[in-house]
Design a protein around this ligand. Structure first.
Ligand code: GDP
Ligand code: MG
Length: 157
């Protein structure tokens, strides 16, 4: 893998889907130069929710979180590019929308910690990106291709 082949998992949560924000969120990552390599509009069941948020199982908000993430469809995606996990997290903002800077997704669209529009793999949690990708996608659902503008996005191949 070259330096710009890092992949990260992103998901528009049920509130983002219901509020019609899928298109805007996809556009932001496209405009940044990241490459969409997988996407799935789906309903998360209880088992997948418990596994995806397993690190939070002992937290007081866990039950509400599982109920919320299974309450309606989500749009799950894999985005690829240089330093993708960290760059996507910086575009997402802080966990709490109220603490997120304007210009970030949560800072532009959210006000409440429990309704923060989007999930993205944590760059501080080593391997979280690949773990989450394989939880939501089979290998054959990840599509390899070149973006026509790739030679203009990176100085070197
Ligand atoms: P993230 O990686 O920025 O999404 O944040 P975390 O991994 O810490 O938490 C996962 C999700 O749980 C967050 O996106 C919030 O939706 C929710 N969450 C985290 N902390 C709290 C909290 O203190 N209260 C509530 N209600 N939800 C929380
Ligand atoms: Mg997290």
């Amino acid at each position: 893998m070259s330096h710009h082949d890092e992949r990260t998992f992103v998901m528009v949560k049920p509130d983002g889907v219901q509020r019609g924000l899928i298109g805007d969120i996809v556009s932001r990552f496209e405009d940044r130069g990241l490459k969409l390599v997988a996407g799935k509009f789906m309903q998360i069941d209880d088992d997948l929710a418990q596994e995806h948020y397993g690190e939070h199982e002992d937290k007081p908000f866990f039950e509400d979180l599982v109920e919320f993430i299974t309450s309606g469809p989500v749009f799950a995606m894999v985005w690829q590019g240089a330093d993708a996990t960290r760059q996507v997290r910086s575009m997402v903002g802080e966990t709490d929308p109220a603490e997120s800077a304007p210009g970030t997704i949560r800072g532009d669209y959210g006000l409440d910690l429990g309704r923060n529009v989007i999930h993205a793999s944590d760059h501080e949690d080593e391997g979280a990106n690949e773990r989450e990708i394989s939880l939501f996608f089979d290998d054959d659902e990840l599509v390899a291709y070149d973006r026509v503008d790739e030679t203009w996005l990176y100085e070197e191949e």
